[in-house]
Design a protein around this ligand. Structure first.
Ligand code: HEM
Length: 449
């Protein structure tokens, strides 16, 4: 019989008196994560002010928390407090029976058969974007991917066209996400209601996002038609017990959650992919060859995807190096044994795909961009849970197939028409906001093929 050890025996990362590791968390989070991984190995603790956080960094421990003991954990109250002004009690933040019910309602929109019907929209919109770029033009490809994926998410999930508003919406999302990230690492939580300048800008951004979301809901209620999309499913859904329909507030929360989760992550994954391709011309050429060979001049369809496997490998490898969801956090709802340690209820856990994906045991020469790691027959040999871009267990990303198909199709479509060259002397740096995004964008020169 094994005896569980107390968490006080877990290696603790050095920090400052009182503040602990707050300054590093706040100002240099990615370097801090790498230091945690280097100095603590697979398990360690650190402090943000008075809060102690347990860091887990091995495939086995990830499995224990996200899968084996999934129901002994919840999302952290901090995450809910900071995210809720934006996404309320939507799929990302809700818990227990309510979460299960909402997830069951949304799941059909993300089934394989269903998402295959989104493929045409994804390709069509990607083509409309590339059509507008002229030879020699400089674009910020991170910004363009954000507009493109926002447009695709709104069209496929809610059948609305937001291209005209994409810029304004994007800015509002940006302001809100920046606010949430800085809140996350604050020692003292300042209520969103306090009249600070920071809070005012945040509230304005949320009001802008609300206006669009409620408009989407109102227009559909008024039209009263069944369009077979996610919004129709949510509007039609009735409570099993009392037969009631979802309130506008709950609908708003789900719509906002899906707009946010459904575009920002994929956009960042694509931005990093273009940046890596532009820095690895041989890989870029190999993708182009594959796309030429399989598609020629044809637009890609779902049926082509199995034959464009190298293109998907590139996308997966980019998400290994730059996982958009670079941190996953949980809090224990009851006492639980993880990795031989007895964790009391309330323990806060942090898993970081950013460091997990850089473990040399799973990914030799982890800093190198090697799409062959995900080649058929090779990928299957990776340790289970070594690669975690979409999380796992009951809270695994509901949109993971959607995202993989979208990334795959957008890469193939754009590679057919344009090649991106990085603008020289720019500083490309990951910024750990709610997702991992390029801090100053990624400027590229468009070369039409
Ligand atoms: C490359 C793109 C994406 C990445 C890397 C990603 C990553 C993730 C991760 C890691 C989680 C789990 C978080 C946790 O366990 O705490 C998650 C949850 C979620 N994602 Fe994604 N995601 C992506 C795209 C999408 C898309 C396209 C959609 C919808 C269209 C979406 C909707 C959601 C939702 C609703 C949840 C919450 C699920 C739940 O808790 O039941 N994601 N995502």
């Amino acid at each position: 019989m094994s005896i569980a050890m107390s968490p006080s025996t877990i290696p603790r990362l050095r920090g400052l008196p009182l503040l602990g590791n707050l300054l590093e968390v706040r100002y240099n989070f990615l370097m801090f994560l790498l230091r945690l991984s280097r100095e603590c190995g697979s398990i360690g603790t650190f402090r943000v002010g008075s809060r102690t956080i347990l860091y887990l960094n091995s495939p086995e421990l990830v499995h224990a928390v996200l899968v084996e003991h999934a129901y002994d954990f919840e999302k952290t109250p901090n995450m809910r407090t900071y995210m809720s002004p934006m996404v309320g009690n939507g799929l990302l933040t809700s818990e227990n029976e309510f979460h299960k019910r909402q997830r069951k309602l949304a799941a059909p929109a993300f089934q394989h058969r269903r998402i295959a019907t989104y493929a045409d929209t994804m390709v069509n919109y990607a083509n409309r974007f590339q059509d507008q770029w002229t030879d020699g033009q400089t674009i910020d490809v991170a910004y363009e991917m954000k507009r493109l994926t926002l447009w695709i998410a709104c069209k496929t999930l809610f059948d609305v066209d937001v291209l005209g508003e994409a810029e304004e919406l994007g800015q509002a999302l940006n302001t809100a996400l920046r606010h949430i990230r800085s809140d996350y690492s604050d020692l003292v939580h300042i209520s969103h209601r306090w009249p600070t300048r920071h809070n005012r800008r945040f509230r304005e951004a949320i009001a802008r996002l609300d206006a669009t979301t409620y408009q989407i809901i109102a227009e559909r209620r008024e039209a009263g038609e069944e369009r077979g999309d996610l919004l129709s499913m949510l509007l039609r859904a009735q409570d099993e017990d009392d037969g009631s329909f979802m309130s506008d507030i709950q609908l708003r929360d789900e719509v906002m959650t899906l707009i946010l989760a459904g575009h920002e992550t994929t956009a960042n994954a694509l931005a990093w992919t273009w940046s890596l391709l532009a820095q690895h011309p041989q890989v870029y050429a190999q993708v182009r060859d594959e796309v030429d060979r399989v598609l020629g001049e044809r637009v890609p369809t779902v049926a082509d995807l199995p034959y464009l496997s190298y293109t998907l490998q590139v996308f997966k490898e980019a998400m290994r190096l730059y996982p958009p969801a670079y941190v996953i956090a949980r809090q224990a709802v009851r006492s639980v044994e993880i990795g031989g340690y007895h964790l009391p209820a309330g323990s806060v856990i942090m898993i970081s795909p950013y460091t997990l994906h850089r473990l040399a045991d799973s990914f030799p020469a982890p800093g190198r961009f090697v799409p062959e790691r995900f080649a058929p027959g090779v990928e299957e040999r990776l340790p289970h849970h070594a690669y975690l871009p979409f999380g796992d267990g009951p809270r695994i990303c509901v949109g993971n197939h959607f995202a993989l198909m979208e990334g795959h199709l957008i890469l193939a479509t754009l590679v057919q028409h344009v090649t991106f060259e990085l603008v020289a002397k720019q500083h490309i740096e990951p910024e750990p906001l709610v997702t991992l995004r390029p801090r100053h964008g990624i400027k590229v020169i468009v070369r039409r093929n």
